[in-house]
Design a protein around this ligand. Structure first.
Ligand SMILES: [Zn+2]
Length: 395
């Protein structure tokens, strides 16, 4: 089964075989058996079984959201309102969600998760990483990862999100549990292990122990670091060759140099920036320009979660990258697609070169720059995952 997409106003392919030509006009695209089979000038397009008219809209790769926390119950709208009135964000609010998530039924968690995933898809996200981390018992973490596995291959074990209340006076015992029975039960359901390094969560030394245990269990590593201060998490992530270090709002010059050196390797550590968090916590934005100028590999992701940011909008993250973080529109789109793919160590998504999965977003706009130029406007008009048209609905 093949589909020809034509009448494309502008194609942004990020084709790795043509790095100097990120955009093209008069282009057409053929997807066959779920993969990009041909890209070129529309007048020389081969025949296909079906035709999809892009109606002059820009065509981009589906967004790769490499950081989300979508398995949870209840919300924290009251905390959001208080924060907007001046109460500072702290990691402790996570425990509120842990209590609600433990009390929820499988069906409640599943229906909420599926609703949130449908919303992401409707906004153009075709690859989505989902973390556990609101269970924090062996059974509740396994449950979260099983539910996430039903909707994505990119699952992350985040037993080290915070120390749960029942271990508040014995955090060492909790780290032992995460590295021991919890990891043993969760590893088969996860691709990655993650640790939240923060004054309200885990130290760099604890994180090292947890990440190494995960690596021994054949998981790839990712780290939350630098959200509220330069905490030493970046150097740990680079030292262990984690796939990504996420937040990176507070960085030392040494951190930037380490990340830049890592980016020169084929498989290095990506700096994933999460500006929707800064938007939703009224914190200063990360300095993407500083990272890009230094040669760091940068991704943009949502960090959608009920506390520090409840937006899953990759278009809004991209707009903030441009408006607040010194990125060009093309750099921001690249970070939200192929940057996210690199942060997940995937080379088959995040671009539309031949062989890539046919994950395509058609915009109701002639030019990809409209994503930043018209923030908040629903410009994603059609989404294909592996060449299949996705019915967009969010209820
Ligand atoms: Zn997060």
């Amino acid at each position: 089964m093949s589909t020809l997409i034509d009448n494309i106003g502008q194609l942004v392919s990020f084709d790795p075989s043509e790095p100097a030509r990120p955009t093209r006009t008069d282009a057409a695209l053929v997807i066959a058996d779920g993969r990009v089979a041909w890209v070129g000038d529309s007048h020389s397009a081969p025949a296909a079984d079906t035709r999809l008219d892009a109606e002059g809209g820009a065509v981009i790769p589906g967004f790769v959201d490499s950081h989300s926390h979508l398995v949870f119950a209840a919300d924290r709208a009251d905390e959001f309102e208080a924060r907007m009135a001046g109460v500072p964000y702290s990691a402790g609010g996570i425990r509120t969600t842990v209590a609600a998530t433990r009390a929820a039924s499988d069906e409640q968690l599943r229906s909420q998760l599926h609703r949130l995933v449908a919303q992401s898809l409707a906004q153009g996200t075709t690859t989505l990483e989902i973390k556990s981390g609101y269970g924090l018992t062996v059974d509740d973490e396994v449950r979260a990862l099983r539910l996430a596995r039903d909707v994505t291959t990119e699952t992350t074990f985040l037993g080290a999100h915070v120390v749960p209340a029942e271990f508040a006076h014995d955090r060492h015992a909790y780290v032992d549990l995460v590295c021991g029975d919890m990891l043993a039960a969760c590893a088969e359901h996860a691709r990655f292990i993650d640790v939240f390094i923060d004054g309200g969560a885990f130290t760099v030394d604890e994180a090292r122990r947890i990440l190494l245990a995960g690596r021994d269990a054949a998981l790839e590593m990712r780290v939350h670091a630098g959200q509220l201060e330069a905490d030493g998490g970046v150097s740990l992530a680079v030292e262990l060759n984690a796939a990504s270090v996420d937040h990176c709002t507070y960085l030392t010059d040494d951190d930037v140099e380490l990340l830049a050196a890592s980016a020169r390797h084929d498989v290095g550590t990506v700096a994933t920036l999460l500006p929707l968090v800064e938007f939703s916590t009224k914190q200063p934005y990360p300095d993407a320009r500083r990272l890009l100028d230094a040669g760091v590999a940068v991704a943009l992701a949502s960090d959608c979660n009920p506390g520090s940011n409840y937006s899953s909008s990759m278009p809004l993250a991209l707009a903030l990258g441009v408006r607040e973080m010194g990125m060009s529109p093309l750099e921001a789109l690249a970070a939200a697609t192929r940057g996210g793919a690199r942060a997940l160590r995937r080379d088959d998504v995040g671009h539309l070169g031949v062989g890539a999965r046919g994950d395509v977003v058609i915009l109701d706009a002639p030019d990809y720059r409209y994503l930043a130029y018209r923030p908040g406007v629903p410009l994603v008009s059609r989404v294909l995952v592996a060449g299949e048209h996705v019915a967009l609905r969010s209820r």
